[in-house]
Ligand binder design. Structure first.
Ligand code: SCD
Length: 681
């Protein structure tokens, strides 16, 4: 958190260089446009996508009919990682956290009846950016919309995937080339399409505080500018289509200051590199309220949190906003919760007068001062990154991960010791919790449909044309000057699938696999003054004495789910409490988990899943491990697990389930009880 004073006065801002700047003028601290929301309010753009193209298309139409102003597509994990729905590795994850898209035919169904020349579409896609962007362009073409008319944004921000989100396919270097190919191609062929959405949101979700979130976002943006400029592209030609994306959490003042500082720092950066036009220098951004701040306990409180966060985004001058639904810590939003989330924005836009004035916090002693402090803190981080040799070197050295994970651990320790209040979780906890209904997806049904569609597509297409286009794509991957998006468009037009395009590229670029790790020591240090923590440590110590050795836990991530904040925090907490802990690489298969279990005498197996695929994945794993392993190990599952799924997990052999909001003590205490019982049996 940026340091605060009890009150601020004119003395705090007198020295500030930009205090007399205006919205719509460089350095744009006060907003990218002169009139801001008076001329056009921010775009209400809700991130949506589930099941298949038809279901998501219906949800898009509903959102547009009910006040949504742009579309934002959430793809499923199989699509993100470049697997067709019929790929063996993807089976449990198809259609869970977004829509399954295998080919241009799916993409056409996704936008059926929606005029792509009028509605702008954001697509959150990074790993499989080539086939998805290509399918969007071809779908537009085949529905009569010229490329120049297509409006929207592709996320195309791969660097943060290696740092936090983990939906990468190729290694950082070839991935950067792909990003630059996309920017290069779109800047010529789709002049109205934003070719990147350089994202901080996911850093915040993984634990970064606002200043670190902004610093990492800008450091990544610098790496992209280097890569694109190295091709000889002029900043004034492409920069105005690089857009940004930030999270907005409950740290109300800092979040507003962060968004104002972001514009200032971006303007400075591109000016320093020689950009001349205002449109290149003005940062435009999308914001999303914090998913991490949502609680599974008393979920209706999340409506209040989201409203406050949305206000911070709007006071910060965002161009586009997603407000989370209150039930997202439990499952995918229902129709009703999605409507409330959208209405939150409509109420802000139409009932409050907030849109009347540009940068309403401008001139506030406190806000101007905080903005400057935030900018200084970010500059300091950027200097540290430079000293390490740039963001790629900082990533490889483990510095990035250590910073983010360290902040996540500090936050968790403050929640667990009560210093960071969360109503309904560590304060004013209510026993009388009404759990709202959650949306269930029949993923098995979608999987069957997608398989049948793939089969039909493969039976009806011109195989020779597809093979030739895929061979050209492989050859292009070997040639550094070829534009990979141009070649992917030809393959997709010929009806190659997303998975086939990925395979064609994998012939030249191998699939990247990152190591998994966690920090030891920090969580325990943060809680060293805390009696509850000492008492849980004593419990572990007593069990250690009984066993004759430290209890040993293996924590695993299964399927295609790359969210690892929770598993790393729990690993650190267990370690500092006295366990020996290993974590598996992301995307582990049951066979890999079995090999890890065979390699050391583990007492506990923890499975972390936030993708909604817990039932099939836990079942597969426990079937592979067999009854003897389930009897011997304390098996626990953590993540987004709806209440109604807990009995099924228990029947499979799971001993304890920890949905979001459990304190470290609660997890460890229950785990020790389970282990002691197993040990004595
Ligand atoms: C707007 N315009 C104005 C104006 N306001 N002109 C004058 N005065 C004003 N006040 C103009 C703009 O210049 C633009 O024209 C046009 O109006 C549209 O406005 P915009 O501001 O560009 O708005 P929009 O089209 O909505 O674009 C907003 C962004 C865009 C630039 C921010 O990149 C975007 O929509 N991003 C959304 C990204 C997203 O949804 N991501 C979801 C991520 P010109 O175009 O002619 O200039 C979800 C995610 O990752 C979830 C987490 C996870 O999955 O892990």
């Amino acid at each position: 958190m940026v340091e605060r004073k009890p009150f601020y006065s004119a003395d705090d801002i007198r020295h500030l260089e930009y205090q007399h700047s205006r919205p719509g003028e460089a350095p744009f601290l006060r907003g990218p446009f002169t009139q801001m929301y008076r001329h056009k309010p921010w775009t209400i753009r809700q991130y949506t996508g589930f099941a298949n193209a038809e279901a998501s298309n219906a949800a898009f139409k509903q959102t547009l009919a009910e006040g949504g102003q742009g579309l934002s597509v959430a793809f499923d994990l199989a699509t993100h990682l470049g697997f067709d729905s019929d790929h063996p590795a993807a089976q449990a994850d198809v259609a869970r956290t977004g829509v399954a898209i295998d080919s241009v035919e799916d993409m056409k169904r996704l936008f059926d009846g929606i005029d792509l020349s009028r509605v702008s579409v954001s697509m959150t896609m990074n790993g499989a950016v080539l086939p998805i962007m290509a399918a969007f362009i071809v779908a537009g073409e085949e529905s009569g919309v010229a490329r120049e008319q297509l409006r929207g944004t592709i996320q195309n921000d791969i660097l943060k995937e290696f740092m936090v989100r983990n939906t990468y396919i190729f290694a950082p270097k070839p991935s950067l080339r792909i990003c630059a190919d996309v920017v290069d191609y779109l800047s010529e062929a789709l002049p109205n399409f934003n070719s990147m959405s350089i994202s901080g949101y996911h850093f915040q979700e993984a634990g970064a505080e606002p200043a670190l979130e902004l610093a990492l976002t800008l450091a990544n943006a610098r790496a992209y500018l280097d890569a694109i400029s190295a091709r000889g592209l002029d900043l004034d030609h492409f920069c105005h289509r690089l857009s940004f994306f930030f999270g907005v959490g409950m740290n109300f003042f800092d979040e507003i200051a962060k968004l104002r500082a972001a514009r200032l720092l971006w303007c400075e950066e591109v000016e320093r590199r020689g950009a001349r036009s205002d449109r290149a220098k003005r940062m435009k951004m999308h914001c999303q309220t914090s998913g991490w701040s949502l609680t599974a306990q008393e979920p209706h409180n999340n409506l209040i949190r989201t409203t406050i966060e949305a206000m911070a985004g709007v006071f910060g001058g965002t161009q586009s906003l997603h407000t989370n639904a209150y039930d997202e810590a439990l499952s995918l939003p229902t129709e009703h919760s999605a409507r409330l989330a959208r209405n939150t924005q409509l109420i802000l836009q139409q009932e409050t007068g907030i849109c009347d004035v540009a940068d309403p916090w401008g001139g506030s002693y406190m806000m101007e001062s905080l903005t400057q402090q935030m900018a200084d803190k970010v500059r300091d981080y950027l200097r540290q990154i430079d000293a390490l040799g740039g963001i790629l070197a900082a990533l490889e050295s483990g510095w990035v991960s250590k910073q983010i994970h360290g902040q996540a651990l500090r936050t968790q320790s403050r929640i667990d010791n009560g210093q960071h209040p969360i109503i309904g979780v560590n304060r004013f906890v209510s026993d009388d919790e009404a759990r709202p209904p959650v949306r269930a997806i029949d993923a098995g049904e979608v999987l069957n449909q997608q398989r049948q569609r793939l089969q039909r597509l493969k039976e009806t297409r011109d195989t020779r044309r597809v093979e030739a286009a895929l061979a050209d794509l492989t050859a292009a991957a070997a040639s550094p000057t070829a534009n990979l998006l141009a070649f992917t468009i030809e393959a997709i037009r010929a009806r190659a699938t997303l998975g086939e395009c990925t395979q064609a590229l994998l012939k030249q670029m191998r699939r990247h696999q990152a190591d998994a790790h966690y920090l030891a020591g920090l969580y325990g240090i943060e809680r060293r003054q805390d009696t509850q923590w000492h008492s849980i440590r004593r419990e572990v110590e007593a069990y250690h004495q009984q066993l004759g050795q430290a209890p040993r836990a293996l924590l695993v991530k299964l399927g295609l789910d790359g969210h690892d904040r929770g598993v790393r925090v729990v690993a650190s907490g267990l370690k500092d409490a006295g366990f020996d802990v290993d974590i598996s690489p992301l995307f582990s298969t049951p066979e890999q988990v079995q090999r890890m279990l065979d390699a050391a005498p583990y007492d506990a197996l923890g499975i972390s899943l936030l993708s909604g695929a817990h039932l099939p994945l836990v079942e597969q794993l426990l079937n592979t491990l067999g009854q003897e392993a389930c009897d011997r190990l304390g098996v626990f599952v953590g993540g987004i697990i709806p209440d109604q799924d807990i009995p099924a997990l228990t029947t499979m052999g799971v001993d304890a389930v920890f949905p979001p909001g459990n304190s470290m003590e609660a997890i460890i205490s229950e785990l020790i009880a389970v282990l002691a019982e197993k040990h004595s049996a």
